[in-house]
Design a protein around this ligand. Structure first.
Ligand code: PMT
Length: 435
């Protein structure tokens, strides 16, 4: 596990039933080396006591904007400057609205105005509150201003309903914070610990380094992402076909993760037995030719194309109209090449950012880089398939070697496909051209 060693995390808690999970989150952040200080809104204190968080973090919990005792020790400006990262979990609909409007009527909102460090928020609310246009607009505005949204998740809610709006589990939030800090070069500022009033640039050196710090502004929010997933099937006759072992899990995990990152997602799926992730527009296809047609149609105006599907390279030249009878001991099928969907989209004059997958059983880097170059891709994610301990096809976990032109490479370690998907999307977001 990558670490948050020496990172100072200011953990904001707003009012909501999910705030009881934040006690666990505080512990999980400390487990990976972070120093955690907690700020609670008055709403949060209705659900969980400051004493609990104080005992768990070993630091005083901050609740009041105008607290003479706190001002003497660590006032709001100093507290804002102390942090390397602010994480707000849960972030209620009310808190998001107040952040959008620049309120400074309590300690947490004031801190968010008085800081230049990254702010990550984990929304948690009833599904209708989350899907309400006001909250959705607020989420987009915050993302556009550089906030990073973690979740929400979907599933059973405390109110008895089911849908999107659950706070991510504490371990998921911790992993996303670790990943964010790693990807964005968030710099610990412990060397300033003795300095009473560091200047903003002293406070966070990363703030003066666009290449390291500006990256947290890169986001998939509002972008249109087209993803292909699953196998294709190529008929031989009315009852037989050629296909492969792709289950669609990797592509569906990417679609789910992209929706969580506020992208608009079109998922073109071969025949799989997976349900459509909430918020995704799904187009079902069967053959490579039908997937090709659907993809060409969907990518017009799209920002990113991710080709996860295991597309059959060949189809049967003459599909028999009637069931073929077994008259001979041997039979020959003539196969002809299918169109290369990814290569044809990457060759379009107005093309989206093109991401390929490479399923390799050997020489993973050599073959993946070959496809990256030959198909003129922006990025390729290679998986080592067919290993006895993890065939990748059909399994719930994966690991990826991600390559891009000019020798770029990043390893995504073995993890559930949904986690791998979120990490791949972060790499894609980082590599998207800024326009
Ligand atoms: O679905 P799962 O069970 O979760 O398994 C996931 C997966 C193994 C299918 C996935 O992670 C993966 O590796 N997908 C790509 C599989 C593949 O077909 O790789 P390839 O090396 O043959 O193709 C290279 C790239 O070109 C791929 O992005 C592929 O989608 C694309 N391609 C290939 C042939 C073709 N005719 N058209 C294409 O677009």
């Amino acid at each position: 596990m990558q670490s948050l060693q020496n990172k100072k995390i200011l953990l904001g808690i707003s009012g909501g039933i999910a705030s009881y999970k934040t006690a666990t989150l505080a512990r999980r952040l400390i487990d990976v080396g972070a120093e955690v200080r907690v700020v609670m809104t008055s709403g949060a204190q209705a659900f969980i006591t400051p004493l609990t968080l104080q005992a768990l973090t070993g630091n005083p919990v901050h609740t009041d904007l105008l607290d003479p005792a706190a001002e003497a020790a660590m006032g709001h400006i100093e507290l804002a400057r102390w942090a390397d990262i602010i994480v707000i979990a849960p972030a209620s609909a009310n808190l998001m609205a107040r952040l959008v409007n620049g309120f400074a009527d309590d300690l947490l909102t004031t801190l968010c105005l008085a800081t230049d460090v990254p702010i990550l928020i984990a929304p948690a609310m009833n599904r209708l509150m989350w899907s309400n246009a006001a909250t959705q607009d607020n989420a987009k505005t915050l993302t556009a201003r550089g906030y990073t949204l973690l979740g929400p998740d979907e599933g059973a809610q405390a109110c008895g309903e089911t849908g999107a709006g659950r706070m991510l589990e504490p371990e998921d939030i911790r992993d996303r914070v670790v990943q964010f800090a790693t990807n964005n070069g968030v710099t610990p500022i412990s060397k300033h610990a003795g300095s009473p009033m560091p200047t903003p640039s002293e406070h966070n050196p990363a703030a003066n380094q666009p290449s390291a710090f500006a990256e947290h502004h890169k986001s998939l929010a509002g972008l249109h992402i087209v993803i292909t997933a699953g196998p294709t099937v190529e008929p031989i006759d009315p009852v037989r076909y050629i296909t492969n072992r792709s289950s669609g899990k990797m592509g569906f995990a990417l679609a789910t993760a992209a929706v969580k990152q506020q992208a608009k997602v079109t998922l073109i799926a071969g025949p799989v037995s997976l349900s459509t992730p909430p918020g995704v527009t799904r187009i079902d296809v069967d053959t490579a030719k039908s997937m090709h047609a659907a993809a060409l149609n969907a990518v017009h105006g799209a920002d990113v194309f991710i080709s996860v599907a295991a597309v059959a390279d060949y189809r049967v030249e003459q599909v028999a109209q009637e069931k073929i009878k077994k008259n001979d001991n041997a039979m020959t099928l003539t196969l002809v090449r299918n169109p290369d969907i990814l290569a044809s989209i990457a060759a379009m004059p107005e093309r989206p950012f093109c991401v390929g997958f490479a399923a390799e059983t050997e020489h993973v880097e050599k073959y993946a880089r070959g496809k990256l170059t030959k198909k003129k891709l922006d990025l390729i994610a290679a998986n080592h398939v067919g290993q006895p301990d993890n065939p990748v096809f059909g399994s719930d976990t994966n690991s990826l070697e991600v390559f891009w032109p000019t020798d770029g490479h990043q390893h995504i370690p073995a993890a559930p496909k949904k986690q791998v998907a979120a990490q791949l999307l972060d790499i894609i977001a980082e590599r998207l051209p800024t326009s």
